[in-house]
Design a protein around this ligand. Sequence first.
Ligand SMILES: Nc1nc2c(ncn2[C@@H]2O[C@H](COP(=O)(O)OP(=O)(O)OP(=O)(O)O)[C@@H](O)[C@H]2O)c(=O)[nH]1
Ligand SMILES: [Mg+2]
Length: 283
Amino acid sequence: MDTEIIVALIGVCGTITGIVITAIVGFVQQERINKRNRQIAEKDNALKGYKLPRPIPVKDKRNTILLIALGGTGKTALIKSLFQNPDANPEQETLAFDIYCSNRAGHREGTAEHPMIKYWFRIADYKGQNIGDLIRAFIEQQRNPYPLLAYGFVDSLIIMVDLVPPKPERDSPEVAPTNGFDKDRVNYHLEQWNDTALNAIFGLLTSELKYACLFINKIDLMTDRSPAADETYKNAFKSLSERIKKRCGKARFEVILGSALKGTQVNILEQRLMEDSVLGSGE
Ligand SMILES: Nc1nc2c(ncn2[C@@H]2O[C@H](COP(=O)(O)OP(=O)(O)OP(=O)(O)O)[C@@H](O)[C@H]2O)c(=O)[nH]1
Ligand SMILES: [Mg+2]
């Protein structure tokens, strides 16, 4: 064979080998980069899981609610009434709160012209008497992947008070209806939900809060339900409602006079919770 042809063939072979080696090196490098990116994305997702609430489908709506009240005010009765389930059981029990989960079908934006969607309610029933326990349990929650009560994702706050103290023992006779509220009980709520306590509660919330409510319970025990009497019940808690309102920022705030046991005005609360739900992001 001609020397020139041999040289040319060697040259072509060299070029092809060079191209193949470059392609292999490029491929290996790209694979390394892809692997690294995958690892970063996995880590990111894992970290997100520590910050985001449990995912729900994009077309559904969610409302995560913090419910706080002194012992015997009627929190558990309210949850049962809201969920229309006498046996509502908490999905998660913690030191300071039980978290109840419930789904409800309803019109989007709350009115009939909108299509039906699924609402996901999660209610944390604060069972402690000590706000320190509440804060500790809230922080503990954040250590769970996809916490049920994720910081930055509490949409609603219900502070519940009552007009009459609970019966002293579970088997004591039912409290009878009365003409006028119990001043000592009202003062006890006002003392307990002072500025310091409210600051601690609102410290757990962010500007994501959409709705806050002061639910004045046990209205069924008031024999006088004239508009003037209703006004006096609301006025008894005026200083507390003002303290809450001033901390609400852009969130809607209202006072509801109702009865968790009889279901009075619970439908209004439920309507608000649907209206102030947020769309799922399918995280
Ligand atoms: N008459 C009347 N009684 C109520 C109402 N809501 C709750 N109760 C009664 O008040 C008592 C306490 O109610 P719960 O729902 O257990 O109160 P709670 O806030 O969950 O109490 P703890 O779990 O001890 O913190 C029970 O005997 C209820 O039947 C109400 O609207 N009207
Ligand atoms: Mg309870």
